[in-house]
Design a protein around this ligand. Structure first.
Ligand SMILES: Cc1ncc(C[n+]2csc(CCOP(=O)(O)OP(=O)(O)O)c2C)c(N)n1
Ligand SMILES: *[C@@H]1O[C@H](CO)[C@@H](O)[C@H](O)[C@H]1NC(C)=O
Ligand SMILES: *[C@@H]1O[C@H](CO)[C@@H](O)[C@H](O)[C@H]1NC(C)=O
Ligand SMILES: *[C@@H]1O[C@H](CO)[C@@H](O)[C@H](O)[C@H]1NC(C)=O
Length: 439
């Protein structure tokens, strides 16, 4: 039996931590944190299987906060779980602190950087695909998306992918808190339209009260029993919930609650019954993901081109990949319905189970590959025509911040290995557009 009161208390403690850290920083998004405090409490202290000793263990559940600007709520959850220390917990947005305004994998509990909206679900799809079809392990993937964020088309590419590949180990939670940054979202609290959309995409879908710990427990438990469909939880919430001063009010997005801090803190504190240390811990996972040997990647036989031969780079790519695949079963290709032009087909023909067709959805494809490469589960090679990849520039840029090692082939030119410049987080877009203009 879940301890409902304790989960409600933890939600409010998570609110207090998010309030404290953003107030101290003088910036951040406390109201975006407040709307998902119960979601985080139930996920972390009831549903997710993970450990604070090894937060990125290959076998533990994955959690992606796609609405990365709500980072303080993620730090708050890990503080409640005892991973972050008090000092870290209050160092949000401070100079030299890894507790940044948006999560990055410099933190040992973050797989992919988020903050540029609309990318987390694609990464989650990559992880879920790997979990189901490569690792065949019991770990599950949970992604929290903002309702404003759900307007990004890449989410819908990802939803089509998740349903097509029957990713029943994936749970998408849409935080329908009605408000965006500068005005209300398109659908506001029209949860029925979200439901119909997710349903039409092939999800097992349910609308719930996102502040009800009981309803959250119920749907997350139910999702574990659903076969062949991903689950979409449409959580009706209020932005700023927990504080009557700011709840559901326009004008508080991305603002630290400085002058109102004491009043809000008192109101939230007043709801907490157990003010003592949190009794609940994280739920252990089964260590059933296969062990992975990261050995050097080599060709099974040397290239046999003669001096003077003309060989298309893309053909050489396909041939080389197939030879690398002989020695490294981790190599996985991702293509967007261009495989018989990019010659990823050569790899697929030899290793059909190690090719992931992403169809004509390049933004999602890049995110899926980034997700698949996390925790060293796969060695990912992405290919398509250069011009089509330009629409995934931002996914590639975020991949750099995510320290991904995904390799990308732009047809007609070159293999580009994303070299993360983790300080600036940039892959120079001009460099990419230069390549993309080469016919
Ligand atoms: C691609 C992208 N566009 C715009 C922004 C700027 N931005 C940050 S938060 C936000 C509003 C997000 O609203 P929602 O998804 O509903 O999240 P909430 O804060 O309401 O929980 C915007 C426009 C961004 N971070 N990324
Ligand atoms: C995190 O910071 C808040 C605000 O100061 C504090 O109340 C809380 O006890 C801290 N939590 C931990 C675990 O250090
Ligand atoms: C951040 O800290 C470093 C090292 O202490 C210092 O050199 C730098 O000037 C600081 N930057 C800001 C903006 O305070
Ligand atoms: C790719 O495959 C399709 C279907 O077989 C074929 O029509 C097309 O010509 C092929 N393209 C290339 C570049 O080989």
């Amino acid at each position: 039996m879940a301890d409902i009161q304790e989960l409600n208390d933890i939600a409010n403690k998570i609110r207090l931590y998010s309030l404290a850290s953003t107030t101290k920083a003088g910036s951040g998004h406390p109201t975006s944190c407040f709307s998902i405090a119960e979601v985080m409490s139930v996920l972390f202290f009831h549903t997710l299987k993970q450990s604070k000793e090894f937060p990125k263990h290959p076998s533990s559940d994955r959690f992606i906060l796609s609405k990365g600007h709500a980072a303080p709520v993620l730090y708050a959850a890990w503080t409640a779980a005892g991973l972050l220390t008090e000092e870290q917990n209050l160092s949000l947005r401070q100079n030299e602190s890894d507790i940044e305004g948006h999560p990055t994998p410099r933190l040992n509990f973050v797989d992919v950087a988020t903050g540029s909206l609309g990318q987390g679900l694609s990464c989650g799809c990559g992880m879920a695909y790997v979990g189901k079809y490569f690792d065949k392990a019991s770990y599950r993937v949970y992604v929290v998306l903002g309702d404003g964020e759900s307007a990004e088309g890449s989410n819908w590419e990802a939803m089509a992918f998740a349903a097509y590949y029957k990713l029943d180990n994936l749970v998408l939670i849409i935080d329908v808190n009605r408000l965006g940054q500068s005005e209300p979202t398109q659908l506001q609290h029209d949860t029925e339209t979200y439901r119909k959309r997710a349903d039409a995409f092939g999800f097992h879908t349910k609308v719930i009260n996102g502040h009800s710990v009981e309803e959250l427990i119920q749907i997350f438990d139910e999702a574990k029993t659903v076969k062949d469909k991903p689950t979409c939880v449409i959580a009706k919430t209020y932005k700023g919930h927990g504080s009557t001063k700011v709840s559901d009010k326009h004008g508080y997005h991305g603002k630290a609650l400085k002058s109102d801090h004491n009043e809000i803190e008192a109101e939230i504190s007043g709801k907490i019954q157990n003010t003592a240390a949190i009794k609940l811990g994280l739920t252990p996972f089964e260590d059933d993901a296969p062990k992975i040997e990261l050995s050097p990647i080599t060709l099974s036989s040397p290239p046999n081109y003669k001096i003077g031969d003309n060989a298309a780079v893309r053909k050489a790519y396909g041939v080389a990949l197939a030879k690398m695949g002989d020695n490294s079963p981790l190599i996985t290709t991702f293509d967007a319905d261009t495989k018989n032009s990019t010659f990823a087909q050569d790899y697929k023909d030899k290793y059909p189970d190690r090719h992931v067709e992403c169809f004509i959805a390049e933004q999602n494809m890049v995110g899926v590959a980034i997700g698949a490469a996390c925790r060293n589960r796969r060695i990912a090679f992405v290919s398509t025509f250069a011009c089509f990849l330009t629409r995934a520039f931002d996914q590639i840029r975020m991949g750099a911040i995510s320290q991904t090692e995904v390799s990308i082939l732009y047809r007609h030119f070159t293999v580009c290995v994303v070299i993360p410049d983790t300080l600036s987080g940039t892959v120079n877009p001009l460099y990419l557009s230069y390549y993309s203009m080469i016919p």
